[in-house]
Write a protein that binds this ligand. Structure first.
Ligand code: PMV
Length: 551
């Protein structure tokens, strides 16, 4: 392992940076066997990647061209916070399909007319952001090709919530799909690193280590998924300012290396922090994890604040919030913070303390890295429910592909009337948030039996299990104007009976529940359709017809 322990080592590192291995050579090397450009998907390439927060930070490059880090780092992905990218070929408005292309000699486009949108807004070609995207896409651009890139993200851009990490990771995976490369994740991670260092960790989910590697070409410097799972872990996104940061992390890192005397100690410290964090993960020792992650962030900011002139990302509100975290901890609530290159904080705590933390920080956005997972796979079917493939859940809903789903209806008889158990969808759901619907809905995973999946979701969402019976199937296809997502589902309706009054439901899925008499429900759906999901009336028809509950 190579440590920096003195000024001469810093000089040596600068020389390393100047040796400048070209990014394009790395791309060519990775794509050498995949026939780059021979296959171009008509549907474009689509991928989603999570954002990530480093618990042990990456700060400092040993090669500024290839984004090779001085040290290894370790992060956790941010559940359903991230970005999706849809990348297509556009040339004069038509899609270039299945033609043979070759990389340009210098990686530059012939006509340079890409179109970029972020959350539906067109990104001006003259902006720094567009220039950065274009420079990255030039690495992969077959001769004469322009790209259309549509990015949708739920993290603020360039404000220290790792938007570039999920942005570049989703783009690399979308290109992998567009061109049918079928690359190994470690290669995708290397390609994402060429866009932004921390993006190499966003190719994976959960805890991820970016191993610094030893090779000058960086072929051993990529993320690896760590086999630790911690479902109780929570992260709170404490937004202090969404303003774009004044100094990029690239410039700030270099300036810290060049002028901060404290940087000398950073690699030694990281070595110890990484080892302590892994011990904490293996033993689920939250106090150790929180203490080391918090101190690591403080040390990174101390190093840049001691640069000449100093780089200070924190705002007065940042310090006020840090003080509040410490007060809460003194009051006995185990909560810690970490901070990237921006004024915002990420709080670390466990699910049991979530109510206390949220009441101390009203409006805190809470992420469950091991629960809020959007990259679940669903089963694609034809209209006879025959399986024709699988697809990533969000992409299937964006592209409107027909897939298998189920709706569970739990009934009871009370005072001679039949009642249905309804649930109100959580406010954080990716579609139909806050609306009332049947007891539980979901999608079987590839290879998972319909009944098993329905019972699993009923337990996960509503906290109980009963026998279920299939009573019908219907197909429906609607597109939400709010989210642009389509529900094109072959929906199996499963009915069960229960007398339970109280349910320990999962608050990240469900915010409320109630029993309603069937006739009353049908009337209210007619009077107030905006309160209910679009599929609820169809579910009602399906099971009411079968069970003779329709007059
Ligand atoms: O990947 P970059 O160049 O945006 O650098 C990210 C640096 C930090 O977010 C501050 C730390 C990290 O490891 O994510």
């Amino acid at each position: 392992m190579w440590f920096w322990i003195g000024k001469e080592r810093v000089d040596r590192a600068k020389k390393y940076i100047e040796s400048n291995m070209e990014k394009l050579e790395i791309v060519r090397h990775i794509l050498r066997d995949v026939g780059h450009g021979r296959f171009v998907s008509d549907a474009g390439g689509f991928a989603w990647a999570p954002s990530n927060v480093a618990l042990c930070k990456y700060w400092g490059k040993r090669d500024a061209e290839l984004n090779l880090p001085v040290t290894s780092s370790l992060s956790v992905s941010l559940g359903n916070k991230g970005a999706s990218a849809l990348i297509r070929h556009i040339n004069g408005g038509y899609c270039v399909t299945k033609r043979v292309h070759h990389l340009c000699e210098n990686g530059a486009p012939l006509n340079g007319g890409d179109n970029y949108t972020v959350n539906g807004e067109v990104v001006g070609r003259a902006t720094k952001f567009a220039e950065r995207l274009k420079k990255f896409l030039d690495l992969f651009r077959p001769t004469g090709v322009d790209y259309s890139v549509e990015i949708i993200t739920n993290v603020p851009i360039a404000a220290g919530f790792a938007s570039s990490a999920c942005g570049f990771a989703s783009m690399v995976q979308a290109l992998n799909q567009l061109y049918g490369w079928r690359l190994h994740k470690s290669d995708l991670s290397i390609l994402a690193r060429l866009g932004s260092g921390s993006a190499c960790r966003s190719i994976f989910e959960g805890f991820v280590e970016w191993q610094r590697g030893e090779q000058a070409d960086g072929m051993d410097s990529h993320g690896i998924a760590l086999a630790y799972i911690w479902p109780e872990l929570r992260l709170g996104m404490l937004a202090i300012s969404n303003q774009e940061k004044s100094v990029s992390s690239r410039d700030a890192m270099q300036h810290t290396i060049d002028t901060s005397s404290l940087y000398m100690d950073w690699p030694i410290r990281v070595e110890q922090d990484l080892s302590d964090i892994k011990t904490a993960l293996a033993n689920k020792d939250f106090m150790l994890l929180g203490r080391v992650a918090e101190n690591n962030a403080i040390a990174m900011h101390a190093a840049m604040e001691s640069a000449i002139p100093p780089i200070i990302y924190s705002l007065p509100e940042t310090f006020a919030m840090i003080e509040k975290v410490q007060q809460l901890r003194l009051a006995g609530v185990p909560v810690f913070f970490t901070q990237d290159a921006g004024p915002n904080l990420q709080l670390l705590f466990l699910s049991a303390d979530e109510p206390m933390v949220v009441s101390a920080f009203p409006g805190l956005e809470v992420v469950s890295p091991f629960i809020d997972n959007r990259v679940e796979q669903v089963v694609l079917v034809d209209s006879n429910d025959a399986e024709i493939g699988t697809g990533e859940k969000l992409s299937v809903h964006i592209q409107g592909k027909l897939h298998r789903a189920f709706s569970v209806v739990i009934l009871r008889e009370k005072n001679g009337e039949v009642e249905m158990l309804l649930h109100q969808r959580a406010s954080s759901k990716y579609h139909s948030a806050n609306l009332w619907s049947n007891t539980c809905c979901g999608h079987p995973r590839p290879g998972e039996d319909l009944m098993v999946a329905a019972k699993r979701r009923l337990r996960e969402e509503m906290g109980f299990g009963v026998e279920l019976k299939k009573v019908g199937t219907f197909q429906y296809n609607t597109r939400s104007l709010d989210t642009g997502l389509s529900e094109n589902e072959l929906d199996h309706v499963l009915v069960g009976y229960s007398d339970l009054e109280d349910f320990s439901f999962d608050p990240s899925e469900v915010q409320n529940y109630c029993w309603v008499e069937i006739g009353q429900l049908r009337q209210d759906i007619q009077d107030n359709p905006h309160r209910y999901t679009v599929w609820l009336p169809l579910v009602m028809n399906s099971f009411c017809e079968r069970s003779g509950l329709i007059e």
